[in-house]
Design a binder for this molecule. Structure first.
Ligand code: HEC
Ligand code: HEC
Length: 361
C-alpha cells in the first residue's frame, strides 16, 4: 500500500496530534504556561543530549538544529511531531512515542512540537506535497554536491540521512526542497539557491523521493521489560577482564570475547527504550539516558558486577549514564567504544526486538 503524502499526513496527524484541532490552526500559542514549562523540561531531559540545551543542534551525533527558521517555517507540528514519534530508524534519532516503546505520550509529543515552534517563532511557509523533476539530473547533482555530507546512499554523515524511508514517508517534498534551496541557518547545510538552478533543485528533490522504499505506521507490539533477576548475564560466572582505554572505554572485540567466554556482567542499553525494542545486544537491558540515576540504579546489582553501557551515538548517551553511576560510587563501569552501530558494522550479533520494523511498502 502506498499512500500519498497528504493521506499519510492525515493518518499520522490522527496518531500524533489527536485530539488536535484542524491542521490549519495547528501552529500557534496552543500551550498553557504550565504545558510550555513541562515541554521545556522534557526537552532538557530527552533531547538536549544531542540537539543541545539551546536547540542549536550538533551537540552529539550531528543531530540537526531544532531552531533554524528554515526548519520551523516549513516543518508543521505534524512533521516535527512525527519525527519525534517515529524517529529515524538506523540513525541515532529514536522513536519517542509510547506505542513504539518510547517514553512520551501523544499529548506530550504534541506539546514538544508546539513548544519547539513557539521557541523559534517564524511565519509559516506552505510547501508542496510533490515536486516533479528530472531524476537523472538529480542523481548527478546529488553525487556532486550532496553525497560528501549525506552519504553516497543517503545513509547520512555530517548531514542527515536523506535516504531514510521513515523520514521520506513523513516529510513533504516541498519541505526537502525548501531546505535545499535555503539551507538551514546556523548549520553546515548551506543554501543551494546560489549554486544550483531551479531544475537542478527540483531534480535532486525528486531523486531523493524516488529512493523512498515505502513505509507504513509500525504496529505497536512491545516487549515486557526484563525482570530484575534477569539483569545480570551469567550471574554465577567469573568477572570479565577488561582493559579500559582512558579508564572508560571497552572495545567491541573485548566485549565480544568476554561475552563469548560467558563472564558475569550487566549490559546497559542507554538509548531511548524504543531502540532497545527494535534490536539490542543479547542480554542487554534498558537503562535509558533520560532515566534518573535512582531509576537506573534501582535495577542494578551493587556487588561490583561489571556494567557495560552502550548507545547508538556512539558514546554520548552511554557516557552520561556511566558518569552518573560513577558519581554515585558504582565501581566497574565501562562504555562500549564503538556503540551499537559500530558493533553491528564489525559483524557482531544483535537480537531483534519483537517490535515492528519500520519498513514494508
Ligand atoms: C557541508 C555538508 C553538507 C552538504 C554538502 C549538503 N548538506 Fe544537506 N545538510 C547538512 C547538514 C549538517 C544538515 C542538517 C542541518 C541542521 O542542523 O538542521 C543538512 C540538512 C539537509 C536537509 C534537511 C533534512 C531534514 O530532515 O530536515 C536536506 C533536505 C538536505 N540537507 C539536502 C541536501 C542536498 C540535496 C544537498 C546537495 C545539493 C545537500 N544537502 C548538501 C549538510 C550538508
Ligand atoms: C541520541 C541523540 C538524539 C536524541 C537524544 C534526540 N535526537 Fe532528534 N535527531 C537526532 C539525529 C541524529 C537526527 C537526524 C537523523 C537523520 O539523519 O535523519 C535527529 C532528528 C530529529 C528531528 C528531525 C529534524 C529535521 O531537520 O528533520 C527532530 C524534529 C528531532 N530529532 C527532535 C528530537 C526531540 C524533540 C528529541 C527529544 C524528545 C530528540 N530529537 C532526541 C539525534 C537525537
Amino acid at each position: 500500500m502506498s499512500l500519498t503524502f497528504p493521506m499519510r499526513a492525515l493518518l499520522l496527524a490522527a496518531v500524533v496530534l489527536s485530539p488536535a484541532p484542524g491542521l490549519a490552526q495547528a501552529r500557534s500559542a496552543q500551550l498553557s504556561p504550565e504545558q510550555s514549562e513541562a515541554a521545556a523540561a522534557r526537552y532538557q531531559q530527552y533531547c538536549a543530549l544531542c540537539h543541545g540545551p539551546d536547540r542549536a543542534g550538533h551537540a552529539n551525533d550531528h543531530a540537526p538544529s531544532l531552531k533554524s527558521p528554515s526548519l520551523i517555517a516549513t516543518g508543521t507540528p505534524v512533521v516535527i511531531g512525527e519525527a519525534i514519534a517515529y524517529g529515524r530508524p538506523g540513525t541515532p534519532m529514536g522513536a519517542y512515542h509510547v506505542e513504539m516503546g518510547g517514553p512520551l505520550t501523544r499529548q506530550e509529543i504534541r506539546e514538544l512540537a508546539f513548544w519547539l515552534m513557539d521557541m523559534a517563532p517564524t511565519d509559516p511557509i506552505p510547501v508542496a506535497d510533490r515536486v516533479e523533476g528530472d531524476l537523472a539530473l538529480g542523481a548527478e547533482v546529488y553525487a556532486q554536491h550532496c553525497a560528501s555530507c549525506h552519504g553516497a546512499e543517503g545513509e547520512g554523515g555530517t548531514g542527515t540521512a536523506l535516504g531514510n524511508a521513515t523520514m521520506l514517508a513523513l516529510t513533504p517534498d516541498g519541505f526537502l526542497r525548501h531546505a535545499i534551496e535555503n539551507g538551514r541557518e546556523g548549520t553546515p547545510m548551506v543554501a543551494f539557491k546560489d549554486v544550483l538552478g531551479p531544475a537542478q533543485i527540483d531534480g535532486v528533490t525528486a531523486f531523493l523521493r524516488s529512493r523512498s522504499a515505502g513505509w507504513a505506521v509500525p504496529a505497536p507490539r512491545l516487549h515486557q521489560p526484563p525482570a530484575l533477576d534477569a539483569y545480570v548475564i551469567n550471574p554465577d560466572a567469573a568477572a570479565p577482564e577488561f582493559t579500559l582505554t582512558d579508564g572508560l572505554y571497552v572495545s567491541a572485540a573485548e566485549l565480544d570475547r568476554e561475552l563469548k567466554a560467558r563472564k558475569r556482567m550487566v549490559l546497559l542499553d542507554t538509548r531511548v527504550t524504543s531502540m532497545w525494542e527494535r534490536a539490542h545486544i543479547e542480554g542487554a537491558v534498558p537503562g535509558p539516558y533520560y532515566a534518573s540515576r535512582e531509576e537506573v540504579m534501582a535495577n542494578l546489582p551493587t556487588d561490583g558486577t561489571w556494567i557495560v553501557a552502550y548507545c547508538e551515538c556512539p558514546r554520548a548517551a552511554a557516557e552520561s549514564v556511566v558518569r552518573r553511576l560513577r558519581e554515585a560510587g558504582v565501581p566497574n563501569t565501562a562504555v562500549l567504544w564503538e556503540g551499537i552501530q559500530g558493533w553491528v558494522s564489525l559483524g557482531y550479533p544483535v537480537v531483534q526486538g519483537r517490535a515492528a520494523v519500520a519498513t514494508s511498502p
